[in-house]
Design a protein around this ligand. Structure first.
Ligand SMILES: [Mg+2]
Length: 164
């Protein structure tokens, strides 16, 4: 592991939720140092995807390389170095479960990593409900959504401006 101090990450997933079964479709992560990660799962069978996923989620993935969950897992573990101090998402309750299950069993979660995600919407409400900046990419593209999540966090914490 790197000796660099821990850092923030912003992430988003696209997933297919069928009752208790939540399948990873794609994941995007942005690191505080500007690195980005984006991958789509080759293990996701889109033959049963609903109309909403077919309309909004699957088209932007057409040009993205598909990788096995095992490979994505290893790449995410490598990407999240320096170790995360905060992992932010927008309405990320489902995304968090998808990320946790990508890594493995609860007990496989690396020691020292946060046990909860940081909730951008909760931060917004605690700040009195200000408007969030516009989304400058493709909505439901996991990396673009993660980039927007960082933009929105920067906006709420006054560390940046929209679409900077
Ligand atoms: Mg998304």
């Amino acid at each position: 592991m790197s000796s660099i101090a821990s850092t923030r990450y912003w992430f988003d997933t696209e997933f297919d939720e069928r009752g208790p079964d939540i399948q990873l479709i794609s994941i995007g992560i942005v690191a505080e140092d500007g690195r980005t990660y984006h991958a789509a799962s080759a293990d996701y069978d889109d033959s049963g995807a609903n109309d909403w996923l077919r309309a909004h989620v699957l088209p932007p993935l057409a040009t993205l390389e598909r990788k096995s969950r095992a490979r994505i897992r290893q790449e995410v573990l490598t990407f999240l170095d320096p170790a995360p101090s905060e992992i932010w998402a927008y309405f990320g309750e489902y995304d968090w479960i998808v990320l946790r299950q990508l890594i493995g069993h609860m007990l496989d979660w690396p020691a020292g990593w946060p046990l909860s995600h940081m909730n951008l919407e909760q931060l917004r409400l605690h700040l009195g409900g200000p408007a969030l900046p516009p989304h400058c990419g493709t909505v439901h593209n996991a990396l673009d959504d993660a980039l927007w999540c960082r933009e929105a966090w920067q906006h709420l914490t006054r560390r940046g401006t929209a679409c900077s």
